[in-house]
Design a protein around this ligand. Sequence first.
Ligand code: PEP
Ligand code: MN
Length: 337
Amino acid sequence: VRIVMRPTATVREIARVAATIETMGCQAHIAREDKRTTIGAAGSPQQLDRDHLLALPGVQEILDTRMPFKLAGREFHAQPTTVRVGDLSIGGDALAVFAGPCAVESEDQMLATAQAVKSGGAHALRGGAFKPRTSPYSFQGLGREGLQILDRVRRATGLPVASEITHPEDVSAMVETVDILQIGARNMQNYALLQAVGRVQTPVLLKRGMMSTLEELLMSAEYILAQGNSQVILCERGIRTFETYTRNTLDISAVPLLKQLSHLPVIVDPSHGTGRRELVEPIALAAVAAGADGLLIEVHVDPDSALSDGHQSLTPARFEALMERLRPVADVVGRTM
Ligand code: PEP
Ligand code: MN
């Protein structure tokens, strides 16, 4: 276990933490690297009272050297990863906003939405061709035909496209027709699928399972990274709680936590995270304020006639207004749009 001190920590604060570690039955080893001091705690780290240590002045964080996600974790990869899709970077200074309908419904719908979100300031298009639905009687997506539509729409608009993959056997068709492979919440622990997308170099947008811990999310990212695909974006999309006013409970603390634990970019999906159109904007603003690298937002040209998730989809006008409200928030946290 290593205690990372803030760059501003004083000699006194460092000495106090070291002494506290010793009174907790471990040996303290002070190391100065770059501009910050870390204090290793050797011996029996289970004896450490972490909450007490975290509360001491000058302490920034406690790094567990037994972090099980070796490739996704910050421990051996301090620099943030930037995922690149053509001209778009995700994880750099600029926010990356993905917008589009829940599902690809027709070429007209997709093209109209793509043009609308592009003029509203979106950097990438989203839209599912394969829709994992709770009910087998609900619209399941256009499948391969949907992929062809996405391919034509990305060519027509120049927007990179993210779309969900649900079967390993679709990898080869999807890498030809879309730019980012989305792994949905329901498939976050579909390990064969994770390994399959890990074997290609196409960026992967990995959504948190609705009942998954952050450690499980990072272990799923690890499955992809371990196969050789380093281009992984993490997505907080809400988890299931006892609350029923919202579809899910968006875990805003997941954003700074994931950024601390991992070097991978983190984006937020306020559409599935809340399930309510009127909550999308406030939660999008909160996500950017919390340090998110981007957003995934459902937008439909005619939400009331959408074949899925219309109730949480924004109209293009509302999306454009959201992008404008986002600007000052991005500015405050040092991000460009
Ligand atoms: C989606 O993005 O449309 C979707 C199905 O999301 P999730 O997997 O997070 O439920
Ligand atoms: Mn949806």
